[in-house]
Design a protein around this ligand. Structure first.
Ligand code: G4P
Length: 522
């Protein structure tokens, strides 16, 4: 197939949600639809006995949360779908943000009983900033849910994005009987099966069909008619451009665990989500159809599989065709390297990949000098600026309680810092030379300790600190040695050698600024 055709049939996306809204269940069911996995265990049995394909890391199994993202891909109706799994816990925002730089659209899952929750809001902000098209799935309609109009209203008011309900639910809780598709004007009536059958049996018909009147109670029927009238009269009309620029979201209702509404969601997703998009390099955008290969590293992970203790860099392909063993330039350093050990990573599994196209993600083993955010390209002058760095919001000292293990401790820590799991700081002008770590969320520290122990055999002891705010500053504005550092603040250098100050709270920042009026924060 030609490059333009390969691009057109690709969709690269992530599912975002507040923990527990049903992201794992939806992922599992979508894979099932795509034939990528043979059997969907119920989430309960998975959590007790085994990991889903996407939830493989041991710490995730233990805690029943997703902390590390993997890549899943499958073919469906002629499309090649790349699903980049994002960590589900709200602590893990930095890794999640990075994954969002590598996708072209997202499915946002909302619990119909709860509406928009904190984590959804945070993730949504990133999507909005990046103008990523968002497809909304309101899940758990088989449970008592908030009413349809208030959920739509909340999307509009809280997220400031126009909802376009592609379908609306016919009841909720025990009364949830299906959805009404507004565009095709058909009711999709679901049949409950024990455990949620792979494809829930569906009957379709018109809204005033006898079948609907028999299945749906009179009061639900009346509510649906009222809601429809309201939405048709005052709701915004469908606008493809607004969906593409992320200001309108098509909304679908259903129940992931019961497989209700998932085929409608998947088909709608394929229709509304864009194929691989251009990415910005310096002052110009690079189109996926460009005749040269290019991509950027958005994630690095060591010891992905205990069988292969190696370090994998995940590269999102932006343009051109990738072929195994091709020579590329690491544009940050100008170094040349061959992409020989290239893999398709699916959960825990990996297979070697010979060719790949824009929108695909390849896992590359080798190139120890690769960092998150780096560009690999056949041309030397491309540099993507996709991966932002986030300011840590918690800081902790990490101690090595077993001096005989120094080497392992050091090697593990170095690797985990390179993966971007935590940031390393050194205190300037301080007597203590202990390891100071910074993270966006405290769970990242747990993960560091867990992985140090598990993968490097190095025990560690953590001591949290009261610092919560970091400000980098311009050394042109003031020499670090001339600063007056208030009690309880600290002058540090990050892993790139940049100077910063740590504070416990806003009042301290204000006090510091009063004492050092010439400083310019970056
Ligand atoms: P997450 O990845 O977003 O954290 O959520 P996950 O899929 O793990 O789902 C969280 C819980 O919600 C699970 O229950 C799951 O079974 C349930 N769930 C997901 N989709 C639906 C749905 O459409 N309807 C209903 N009623 N529940 C749904 P759990 O308490 O972890 O286990 P279980 O014992 O209920 O299976």
């Amino acid at each position: 197939m030609s490059l333009p055709n390969e691009i057109l049939r690709r969709r690269t996306f992530a599912i975002v949600s507040h923990p527990d809204a049903g992201k794992t269940t939806l992922t599992e069911k979508l894979l099932l639809y795509g034939g990528a996995v043979q059997m969907a265990g119920s989430v309960t049995s998975r959590k007790k006995e085994r990991a889903t394909v996407s939830d493989w890391l041991e710490i995730e199994q233990k805690r029943g949360i997703s902390v590390s993202s993997t890549i899943l891909n499958f073919d469906y109706n002629g499309f090649r779908i790349n699903l980049l799994d994002t960590p589900g816990h709200n602590d893990f925002s930095e890794d999640t943000y990075r994954v969002l730089t590598a996708v072209d659209s997202v499915i946002m899952v909302i619990d119909g009983g709860k509406g928009i929750e904190q984590q959804t809001l945070k993730l949504f902000e990133v999507c909005r900033k990046r103008k990523i098209p968002i497809i909304t799935f309101i899940n758990k309609m088989d449970r008592p849910s908030r009413d349809t109009l208030s959920l739509l209203d909340e999307i509009e008011k809280v997220l400031h994005i126009t909802p376009y309900p592609v379908n609306i639910p016919l009841g909720n809780g025990n009364e949830f009987k299906g959805v009404w598709d507004r565009r095709t004007k058909t009711a999709h009536l679901f049949e409950r099966t024990t455990g949620g059958a792979f494809r829930a049996p569906v009957k379709t018909c018109g809204l005033d069909d006898q079948l609907v009147r028999e299945i749906v109670s009179e009061s639900t029927y009346q509510t649906v008619c009222d809601e429809l009238e309201m939405i048709d009269n005052v709701g915004d009309s469908f606008n493809v451009e607004n969906i593409a620029n992320g200001t309108m979201t098509p909304v679908f209702f259903g129940s992931a665990v019961n497989n209700f509404g998932l085929e409608l969601l998947l088909n709608g997703f394929l229709e509304f989500s864009p194929p691989p998009q251009p990415r910005q390099s310096k002052n110009s955008a690079v189109e996926p159809e460009s005749d040269f290969f290019s991509g950027f590293v958005f994630k690095i992970q060591a010891n992905l599989n205990p069988k292969h203790r190696d370090r994998m860099s995940f590269i999102r392909i932006v343009s051109g065709k990738f072929t195994r063993d091709m020579p590329v330039i690491h544009t940050r350093t100008g170094k040349k390297l061959r992409l020989s050990n290239s893999n398709n990573v699916f959960g825990r599994e990996r297979t070697s990949v010979d060719e790949a196209w824009p929108g695909d993600v390849i896992g590359f083993v080798g190139g120890e000098f690769l960092n998150i955010g780096d560009t690999l390209c056949e041309k030397p002058d491309i540099a993507y600026q996709e991966v932002p760095r986030f300011a840590p919001e918690c800081f902790a000292y990490l101690y090595n309680p077993e001096p005989s293990n120094y080497k392992r401790f050091q090697k593990g820590l170095e690797q985990l810092v390179q993966e971007g799991l935590v940031h390393l700081f050194t205190r300037k002008n301080a007597l203590d030379k202990n390891v100071l770590l910074g993270a966006v969320g405290p769970l990242q520290f747990d993960l560091v300790q867990f992985r140090l122990e598990k993968e490097y055999g190095a025990a560690s002891r953590l001591e949290t600190t009261a610092w919560k705010i970091i400000h980098w500053f311009d050394t042109k504005s003031v020499e670090p040695a001339q600063l007056s550092i208030p009690h309880k603040s600290a002058l540090v250098q990050d892993d790139n050698g940049r100077n910063a100050i740590l504070f416990e709270g806003d009042w301290q920042v204000r006090h510091f600024l009063e004492k050092n009026p010439s400083i310019v924060f970056n």
